[in-house]
Write a protein that binds this ligand. Structure first.
Ligand code: TA6
Length: 302
């Protein structure tokens, strides 16, 4: 396969002048580069994996990518928005299968690219195990991602999904998460205990790995160090995973820096566990997350 020809072919068919350009990452993954007057971004065909998004208003990226991420075929990229599908964490019956399913390590097909009102809009497709997937990425003044799942089989299909978003932070110590999660019960994956709604902001003081159950239409991550907040609006999601590996787990992850837990947290728009999705033949369901950054200049009130 002449990959150079393929890259040229991709750019001829799907490139959008200098706004969307495909190239080959040195490790052989096909990469898309977005650069418009509204934002800069990046995604890979492997996993339909968004790895970079930075609106023009920001001096820091919105998505976190580990400096030790391994950009190699078949290996999930550490950061950005991995698509966990059709199962979350370990496979329910076969532990030999990859954690978080096959969507994030499969090569997706480009379906459509267009520029609409200054926004770059991309659709990618993948069909496997009776599922027909369409993933839509919109990059502009906001970032929106949406996974549409259709049951192409003639029997009902169950699936879990998590848009496993890594958000970039100034400093984990001062960060807090406000919004609908304050009113949701959560299951602590570390202690296997279910907790009532805490009715207060979520803060990080240790390894945190929680599944919040319920529709969290709006979540706001406040990051005082970078004087900004990231607003996450979701549709079609009945669960949200909140994760920070903290010190010990960071050291155990080969593709993650020992101190990188200080610069990130995951807020994952999801449908997992008792909120997994069952589709009848021909039925579809879409899970959407939209990210918008607001600058929040803190004034020192004397
Ligand atoms: O979403 C949180 C989580 O399930 C954690 O338990 C941790 O395993 C994380 O996902 C990362 O998983 P990965 O397979 O990408 O290393």
């Amino acid at each position: 396969m002449d990959i150079d020809l393929d890259i040229d072919g991709l750019n001829r068919k799907y490139g959008l002048e200098n706004d969307l350009v495909f190239d080959l990452h040195p490790n052989g993954l096909v990469r898309a580069n977005v650069q418009t007057n509204q934002c800069a971004g990046e995604f890979f065909l492997q996993g339909a994996h968004v790895t970079r998004y930075q609106p023009a208003s920001q001096t820091h990226p919105v998505l976190f990518m580990s400096q030790q991420a391994l950009y190699i075929p078949g290996k999930a990229l550490r950061g950005g928005i991995p698509i966990c599908f059709p199962w979350f964490n370990s496979h329910p019956s076969d532990p030999s299968l990859p954690a978080h399913g096959w969507a994030r390590t499969s090569v997706w097909n480009l379906v459509q690219t267009q520029k609409v009102d200054g926004q770059i809009e991309v659709a990618l497709g993948l069909a496997k195990d009776g599922f027909d997937l369409i993933y839509r990425i919109s990059m502009g003044e906001t970032l929106k991602v949406a996974l549409e799942v259709r049951n192409a089989a003639d029997v009902p299909l169950d699936y879990e999904i998590a848009l496993h978003t890594y958000l970039s932070l100034g400093s984990i110590e001062n960060v807090s998460i406000a919004g609908d999660l304050e009113n949701c019960e959560h299951y602590d994956q570390l202690t296997q205990k279910l907790h009532e709604p805490e009715k207060q902001r979520i803060r990080f003081v240790q390894e945190t790995d929680r599944i919040y159950y319920g529709q969290a239409s709006r979540i706001v991550l406040d990051d005082p160090a970078w004087q900004r907040s990231i607003q996450i609006d979701s549709l079609g999601s009945q669960a949200t995973v909140v994760w920070n590996p903290w010190i010990d787990k960071s050291k155990r992850m080969a593709d993650f820096g020992d101190l990188e837990y200080l610069q990130m947290c995951c807020i994952e728009t999801a449908n997992v566990r008792q909120k997994s999705v069952r589709l009848a033949p021909g039925q579809t369901h879409t899970t959407t997350a939209e990210f918008q950054v607001q600058n929040t200049v803190t004034t020192n009130i004397r």
